[in-house]
Design a binder for this molecule. Sequence first.
Ligand code: ADP
Ligand code: MG
Length: 465
Amino acid sequence: MRRYSIQTKIVLPFMLLFAVVAIVFPLVAVEIFAWKYDEQFTRETEGWVDTIMKTGYFKQEPEKIKSAYGVEIMIFGSDYTLNGTTLDAFSDVGQDWTNLAEKMRLREVKLHLENPDGKSVIRDVTLNGKPYKVFYLPLNLGRFYCLLRPMEAIAEAKRTLTWYMLSIAVLVTGLVALISHLIGRNLTNPIKVLVDSTTRVATGNLDEQCNIKTHDEIGDLAAAFNQMTRDLKQSRDQLIQAERLATAGKMSASFAHEIRNPLSSMRMLAQMLMQKPEMAVEKHQQSLRYILEEIKQIDTIVKGLMDFARPTALNLRQQPLSLVLQAVLALMAANLEHHKIQLELDVSPETPEVQFDSDKLKQAFMNVVLNAMEAMPQGGVLKVSTIVDEDRVGIKVVDNGVGISAEDLAHLFEPFFTKKTRGTGLGLANVKRILEEHGGNVKIESTLGEGTEVSLWLPLSVVRN
Ligand code: ADP
Ligand code: MG
């Protein structure tokens, strides 16, 4: 089926309607004008005919009447032969008289005159290509007296008028077509842009944003479309991330499992070696301490991997957040002091209780505090507070440490992303997972060289996944 654009569908019907009205209206107007004029013309001529008859002028030279009234005269005999005329074209001999009678509609008029109805007999005829209005008057002995008024000037005026009116109609129709084309284009252009954007999104380009700024329904549609594309992109990214995490999780689980046993044997053997008398030399003791330290580091990584790979069920309880803060900060107090970090704690008594797994949240909060501590190697201020929003509560941890670059911010939650020589890169991945298991989320804002703000949000009503 043939496709018509919206613009065509809007513009075409109105254009056709307008064109019909614009053309028909002047034609009808000209016709009415001509008709009225004809009536007036006839009345006037009837007056003349009356005068001519009453005064007996018709008996005079037809040429005189012609010059007095500007009319032509034709006189026919009872056999329809032309007895006399003022018309030049008919004065030469050899005319086709029969044809002339036909053209002058004489037979038909004669019938009419035999049964007069009191009205004047008038016919429109064309002689030599020129239009005339003919007034027929019966004379004695069955002859006719015909008064012909030339109509050419009127026909010419009618033609000119029609021509003018049609020209104006065509001009106005063209103008209206142009204006409606512009209006239609104005309306449909944003739709075309939207369609192009949709096509690009359909081919998988989710970075596409449709640039329409009109303040109307199409503008609203474009805004909704852009929002939808952004959401789609976000959920696709999340899906890819989730898939990656799942794969990393599976790999980590088997990796951690394989490593744990040899690791504990190594630790045991190293500890046993340390007890041996021949290892009592300080040099050997130092080497063994290094070995044990390295084993401890590997063990931390393996534990992190196991946490990350094998999430255990949540043990939810309705409890105050402050429990978590106090427990972890008490554990960290000496460490913080050692690193010359001043702690500012601000727990609002208005913070509502919320459901969470206390061990897991402690683990998450601890990771965040450790990161903050490690970000302030020269010491600094660590602010910990509780935050309350409309339908969620949270813990905010702010440090004035090294901060995070915008580029790194995007990767913080990826497993194994670390900037530290002894880091595992699993801390924040675990924090995120724990909060998400609670139906909450993690927000990190940071300025390089100024510090970082980490918020752990929990919903007031727990959504179980
Ligand atoms: P790890 O601590 O083992 O490196 P994390 O997942 O805990 O792994 O953190 C990932 C990275 O994020 C860190 O290496 C660090 O570069 C950055 N980071 C996290 N928290 C902060 C912070 N408070 N200040 C500066 N950088 C941070
Ligand atoms: Mg960490």
